[in-house]
Design a protein around this ligand. Structure first.
Ligand SMILES: *[C@@H]1O[C@H](CO)[C@@H](O)[C@H](O)[C@H]1NC(C)=O
Ligand SMILES: *[C@@H]1O[C@H](CO)[C@@H](O)[C@H](O)[C@H]1NC(C)=O
Ligand SMILES: *[C@@H]1O[C@H](CO)[C@@H](O)[C@H](O)[C@H]1NC(C)=O
Length: 394
């Protein structure tokens, strides 16, 4: 065969091939009866079914416009990579009763290679529900639905998307491996109760990058069973800060290992970076390799805090110490302003004191004067600037 023709054929075939792999099969929500101002619950569920059966990668597109959607639970395993691109605003039902008992508004489970992307907003329309929420006082209160749950999802990414005014937690990540949030946004009022930003439990290799989180509770919180979570270039505030725990309540908890928080700014938050465990509880799973670096605190109430006597609303007895061992913790280059005189609180367990806690360049001020440090059952290794530890008043 003619050499030129040969090359032309190869080029043409690879052009076709590249075209078909780079492009995914696009499923517009309108093809499934979804239209602006309408309820797209059924349309979305049907589109997901089609996309998930596809043997080539498929993309569901929800374009600009405002939509309504009730609780949806979609799941894999799917046959190929699947993407949901949302550029519109999707609103949840106002009344929690209209979730038909679901604990989550939008739930994705048992999927691998999934992408949720777009400039769109998932609006939990939480305001009226928050006002009725009395869960801090009433044990039998109705639990409100979270905006998102990702359960057992691997190799996946949430890009850009905004989570707004969730009725409860914004995002719960459970049992996931290699899961990334990039350019994600969370917006809720500071007075919205229990609206944690992203809670991660029982997961490995989770990254939260370039994300802004403003909420009424923890910005990022870790439950038990964690391996390698990275939080980088994140702005947090308002909210309760970045939190490991609370841990220790249950006997079957798994270890928390590898948490890296880097280049973050916390503004007007109730805590900065915090590790908390309950006293007098059965949990023993250790917490190790927690590293906080290059963090700016702006008017933060407890910028650096390890609290192994965590016991809000006097729910527990402090008679016996926490059984959780905390080790290899570093606070490096942490600067800014504290909203209270004590910038550093390290209250470790008298039963299992903290091991290898490093303060390296901690420069916090309260009303222009250096903030102080209160420490118990820990001997921090100090390099560079850091406040001197004082034992708490007996
Ligand atoms: C996710 O990864 C875990 C651990 O490798 C595996 O057991 C599980 O089956 C995977 N789940 C999916 C949906 O691929
Ligand atoms: C992790 O997930 C990303 C996003 O889907 C994917 O591109 C990457 O290949 C995954 N890494 C591994 C080791 O599977
Ligand atoms: C730190 O984070 C901010 C955003 O919060 C970003 O603009 C900046 O580029 C980051 N710096 C580095 C060195 O990654």
């Amino acid at each position: 065969m003619d050499m030129k023709l040969n090359i032309a054929i190869i080029a043409f075939v690879s052009f076709l091939y590249g075209f078909s792999t780079a492009q995914s099969w696009v499923l517009e929500i309108s093809k499934f009866g979804g239209a602006p101002n309408a309820d797209i619950t059924q349309a979305f569920t049907n589109a997901w079914k089609k996309a998930c059966e596809s043997t080539t990668s498929a993309k569901i597109v929800i374009p600009h416009g405002t939509y309504k959607m009730g609780a949806v639970q979609v799941q894999g395993p799917c046959k190929a990579h699947i993407e949901v691109q949302v550029d519109g605003t999707i609103k949840a039902p106002v009344n929690p009763r209209n979730f038909k008992g679901a604990g989550t508004w939008v739930q994705f489970s048992y999927i691998s290679f999934f992408t949720l992307s777009g400039k769109g907003v998932f609006d939990g329309v939480g305001e009226t529900a928050w006002k009725r929420n009395d869960c801090s006082k009433n044990k039998h209160c109705t639990l409100l639905p979270m905006n998102f749950a990702f359960n057992y999802v691997n190799n996946s990414i949430v890009r850009d998307i905004t989570s707004k005014d969730s009725k409860s937690f914004n995002v719960n990540v459970l049992g996931c491996n290699n899961f990334t949030f990039d350019g994600f946004k969370i917006v809720a009022l500071a007075l919205s109760p229990n609206t944690d930003g992203i809670h991660v439990g029982r997961s490995t290799d989770v990254k939260i990058l370039n994300t802004n989180i403003g909420t009424g509770d923890d910005c990022v919180s870790l439950g038990d069973g964690i391996k390698n979570v990275l939080v980088r270039n994140v702005n947090c505030g308002p909210g309760h800060g970045v939190s490991v725990g609370s841990l220790g309540k249950y006997p079957d908890e798994k270890p928390v290992e590898g948490f890296y928080v880097k280049n973050c700014t916390l503004t007007n938050t109730d805590n900065g970076v915090r590790i908390k465990t309950w006293p007098s509880t059965p949990g023993t799973a250790p917490i190790t390799d927690m590293h906080f670096e290059d963090i700016i605190m702006v008017n933060v109430k407890n910028p650096i805090i390890i609290d192994q006597e965590y016991c809000p609303w006097n729910q527990c007895s402090k008679k016996s110490p926490s059984k959780i061992k905390i080790s290899k913790v570093s606070f490096k280059n942490i600067r800014g302003t504290s909203a209270t005189p004590e910038g550093v609180i390290l209250i470790c367990s008298s039963g299992v004191p903290c091991d290898t806690v490093e303060l390296n360049g901690v420069d916090l001020t309260f009303n222009g004067a250096p903030a102080t440090a209160k420490c118990a059952n820990v001997k921090p290794i100090v390099t560079g600037k850091a406040p001197t530890c004082v034992a708490p008043a007996a």
